[in-house]
Design a protein around this ligand. Structure first.
Ligand SMILES: C[S@@+](CC[C@H](N)C(=O)[O-])C[C@H]1O[C@@H](n2cnc3c(N)ncnc32)[C@H](O)[C@@H]1O
Length: 308
């Protein structure tokens, strides 16, 4: 493999501290990446503790395994966290003490031109985090119809100039590389906000390619099956669409964020937030690692009887 570009773990101490409630418990790192968080989690676990490290990206699994080294408490698993219940051994269901999700892409994925995630590098239009995803960015950019493309740019990219951009992309087809896509988008957007618009368009396509929001909703629901009562889910998100899913689910156990009531009008939710306020990186962390600037950390706990 190409050498793994270092990823600095975000909100490392804050997330690991929030995650671990039992040193001998079973934990899941759903987004292993370079293994930065996993390595720290293992430092805090006792000899009977276990950590299942999941990633859909072979390059991440290889890098994390090398970074962590031989540790019988660490079990790497290739797969998409959206299928959490099928990835974890059945005997762990209902026994997991904590799940960490450090969402989005790693520095390696963004900076490696061959992966096709970045408008700052020229590479093939790929953007698949792993080889398990169905479509590539090439298919989205070159094969989706106008309405679908416009909606992805608008809803997943949160880019207001989605109509203009979608029309221009269709006009310029075929588009082969990230550099060509960048030039097409740049040719129609407001120059003052060019970099922001590019980031939004690329984000929208990436979310579509990896079905990121759907997988996030899946893992939230699966978490209720695998966590033990009092077990925690710790999510670090990097944009408002992800954060909204975590916030609503942690509050109410559903994606509307509306707490259901029982017959007597008492609120019932299978999960409850641990921290009222969202946790964000300190100024010092952002200055050392600008990639952490949009990070938001939320923590929730499964309540007794909170099975899905
Ligand atoms: C932000 S990085 C994690 C970095 C890691 N915490 C560290 O400190 O080294 C996100 C990682 O999660 C993986 N990932 C994202 N969504 C995933 C999903 N649905 N299933 C499995 N892995 C996923 C990506 O491939 C990437 O390696």
């Amino acid at each position: 493999m190409t050498s793994y570009i270092e990823h600095i773990p975000v909100l490392l101490q804050e997330s690991v501290e929030a995650l671990i409630t039992d040193k001998e418990g079973f934990y899941v790192d759903g987004t292993l990446g370079g293994g930065g968080h996993s390595k720290e989690i293992l430092k805090h676990l006792g000899e009977n503790g276990r950590l299942y490290g999941i990633d859909q990206d072979d390059e991440a699994l290889e890098a994390a395994s090398a970074n962590i080294g031989d540790d019988p408490r660490f079990i790497p698993i290739k797969g998409n966290f959206g299928y959490l219940t099928t990835l974890l051994p059945p005997q762990t269901h209902g026994q997991i003490a904590g799940i960490l999700l450090d969402l989005g892409v790693s520095t390696h994925q963004i900076k490696e031109p061959e992966r096709g995630f970045s408008f700052q590098e020229d590479g093939p239009l790929d953007m698949r985090m792993g080889n398990l995803s169905g479509v590539s960015a090439y298919q989205v950019v070159n094969e989706y119809d106008y309405e679908k493309l416009r909606d992805i740019i608008f809803h997943y990219g949160e880019e207001k100039q989605s109509r203009k951009i979608a029309r221009e992309i269709i006009e310029a087809r075929p588009i082969e590389t990230t550099g060509e896509l960048r030039d097409v988008v740049s040719s129609v957007v407001n120059k003052r906000f060019e970099v922001k618009s590019l980031a939004r368009v690329f984000q929208g396509i990436r979310i579509e390619v990896n079905r990121e929001l759907e997988m996030l909703e899946n893992v939230m629901e699966h978490s209720l099956e695998v966590l033990k009562p009092g077990g925690r889910i710790v999510a670090i998100s990097y944009h408002s669409l992800e954060d909204r899913i975590a916030k609503r689910f942690f509050k109410a156990g559903n994606f509307k964020g509306k707490i259901e009531k029982d017959f007597y009008g008492n609120p019932i939710s299978p999960i409850k937030p641990v921290n009222k306020q969202v946790i964000t990186p300190t100024k010092e962390e952002v200055s050392v690692n600008p990639a952490s600037r949009s990070a938001k950390l939320r923590v929730a706990e499964k309540v007794e009887g909170g099975e899905s």
